[in-house]
Design a protein around this ligand. Structure first.
Ligand SMILES: [Zn+2]
Length: 420
């Protein structure tokens, strides 16, 4: 059987083109969870499921599922999932490539009349991207029972409550505080995703088999100084919150650079969000709020980072004119992918004749949540210049098609091992 057939490549291209059109027209490519465009894409996907003969449904967590039932009577299930929501002005491939690849795998199974010894389900996980309710991966958190009342009751900036949105899209927010009972039937959760980094492209490698997904920590930092007239307060009389913040930004960058070299594992930290008050040209900044994002595959490096940063802030509080406060506002632990599935993905890629490496993910993914309750693993395909979460995001259809071939091979391997 030949997966590289032109019909698969054109199928993948066509579906990505279809989804690309479902965007806020003024702001390509924007398809935020629960928005009108998101609903439009969901009904498109439901129709795609039905065209492939899949049974479409929405589960309690709002995930849109298409199931290909095995002809053998079984509860066992293999999931191939990703997401079709985007960040504002995001890309056409992040998440989308994975859902389209899953559709292509099912198309191929249909065309070749393959009967699997398990049910195969495509999942569009609800709201993977970080949203206005300050939560990512709604659908997979729901599946594993990690959405508590506090999260479900959050309102977004328009005053919409998260649980109402989940219910409106077909979920049932009341049943989301415990793991779903179907979890025990999961044989494997698989995902194809663009790498969102430069490793595969630079090394000219077809497939990245993901071995781990880093811990993600976020800290809020508030720096309080004293606002004042920029013309009259002399330089040695100031408590400039922005100047103090700039020292923290530089410190964080240098610290992360050093620890990333020392730990030899994935380690990155970013301050990408900053609010300056009152943010006016002739006023000394009186207050700054920043968010630190930290992603680490090594627990000890993460601890060392927090330790050194806290020490630095203590020292600055002792000697400086501003008051600095740091708070941990979010944490998702480091997870390893299922070792057996990692091995099988590698073998599948080898057998397809594609170059591959085993690597750590830099980004968080739905599969990280699922791996806490079921065997899970994912593969990456290259993307151009490592760009993602921006309109320039791009992946070659031929590269996605290679990844799709590996996904299919993986399903085939799981089928033969569960028949033995
Ligand atoms: Zn994604």
């Amino acid at each position: 059987m030949d997966f590289s057939a032109q019909s698969n490549i054109s199928f993948i291209k066509q579906k990505i083109d279809d989804l690309e059109r479902m965007t806020d027209q003024d702001n390509p490519y924007t398809r935020i969870v629960f928005s009108e465009k998101f609903y439009e894409a969901r009904s498109w996907l439901k129709n795609e499921y039905q065209k492939l003969g899949l049974k479409a449904s929405t589960d309690e967590a709002g995930n849109l599922i298409g199931i290909l039932n095995s002809k053998t009577d079984t509860d066992k299930i293999v999931i191939i999932g990703s997401h079709i929501d985007t960040v504002p002005s995001g890309g056409r491939f992040d998440g989308i490539a994975g859902v389209v690849a899953a559709l292509c795998v099912v198309k191929y199974i249909n065309e070749n009349n393959i009967n699997l010894p398990f049910n195969l389900a495509i999942y569009d996980y609800l709201g993977e991207e970080l949203n206005d309710w300050s939560i990512s991966c709604i659908g997979t958190r729901g599946l594993i029972g990690a959405l508590n009342e506090d999260i479900l009751s959050r309102s977004n900036s328009s005053g919409n409550i998260l649980k109402d949105e989940i219910d409106k899209i077909g979920g049932n927010s009341k049943s989301l505080t415990k793991p779903f009972s179907m979890i025990k039937n999961i044989v494997a959760c698989l995902e194809l995703h663009i790498e969102q980094g430069k490793v595969l492209e630079q090394k000219k490698i077809d497939i990245g088999v993901v071995r781990s997904i880093p811990s993600i920590s976020r800290f809020s930092v508030e720096v309080n100084g004293q606002a004042g007239h920029s013309g009259t307060i002399l330089m040695d009389q100031r408590a400039d919150a922005l100047v103090t913040s700039s020292e923290i930004i530089t410190f964080v960058n240098k610290l992360a650079l050093r620890l990333s070299k020392e730990s030899n594992q994935h380690f990155v930290s970013t301050i990408g969000k900053i609010n300056v008050h009152p943010n006016a040209a002739a006023i000394i900044p009186g207050k700054v709020e920043m968010t630190i994002d930290l992603r680490a595959s090594s627990k000890s490096s993460r601890e060392q980072y927090i330790n050194e940063l806290e020490k630095q802030i203590d020292a600055m509080n002792q000697s400086g004119s501003c008051k600095i406060e740091m708070r941990n506002i979010a944490f998702a632990p480091y997870v390893e992918m299922d070792k057996e599935l990692v091995k099988l993905f590698k073998i599948s890629s080898d057998e397809c004749g594609f170059s591959n490496i085993i690597m750590d993910s830099g980004a968080g993914h739905d599969t990280a949540h699922l791996s806490r309750v079921a065997p899970a693993s994912m593969i990456f395909v290259p993307c151009k210049d490592g760009l993602s979460h921006c309109p320039e995001e791009y992946a070659e259809i031929s590269d996605i098609s290679k990844g799709t071939a590996v996904l299919f091979k993986m399903v085939e391997k799981l089928a033969s091992s569960s028949q033995n």
